[in-house]
Design a protein around this ligand. Structure first.
Ligand SMILES: [Cu+2]
Length: 143
């Protein structure tokens, strides 16, 4: 639950420093930045728990709360249809998972059925970069 604590700290920082969410300036995405899901592969049939491994090119991973150029932390969107809005922190709930500790993989408990997974990088304040660094959305079948 470390990511929830880090998220809370970042939200508290934003509140204290008086920024409004709408006024956040997203971090610039470096040239050629690319997020991708290393595994599972698109269309795979898997069993729960599912190990999801996050890939990132031309960009580094920093924990939430650490402001450093050309870095961010991973978010995994689970069964999310619409990309979270630009210029705002990515929601934190069961379908928008934050990896604010700088993690690059997760063991996911998923109910049997079809699910989609997509990565979205966020900056130190959990705001998607400009332009957003997101993976392709993959579909998996959980037995
Ligand atoms: Cu985050």
């Amino acid at each position: 639950m470390k990511y929830k604590v880090l998220f809370a700290i970042a939200v508290a920082f934003v509140a204290v420093s008086g920024f409004s969410f709408a006024g956040l300036t997203p971090a610039q995405a470096p040239e050629g930045a690319r997020a991708y899901i290393i595994s599972p592969s698109d269309g795979a049939t898997v069993s729960s728990p599912v190990t999801v491994v996050f890939g990132l090119q031309n960009m580094g991973v920093s924990p939430a709360g650490v402001e450093r150029d050309a870095t961010g932390h991973h978010h995994l969107l689970i069964d999310v249809d619409a990309m979270p809005p630009a210029g705002q922190p990515i929601p934190a709930d069961d379908r928008h998972r934050h990896f604010g500790g700088g993690q690059t993989q997760v063991e996911l408990d998923l109910a049997p059925g079809t699910h989609t997974l997509q990565l979205l990088l966020g900056d130190h304040l959990h705001v998607p970069h400009n332009p957003p660094v997101a993976s392709e959305k993959i579909t998996i079948i959980v037995e």
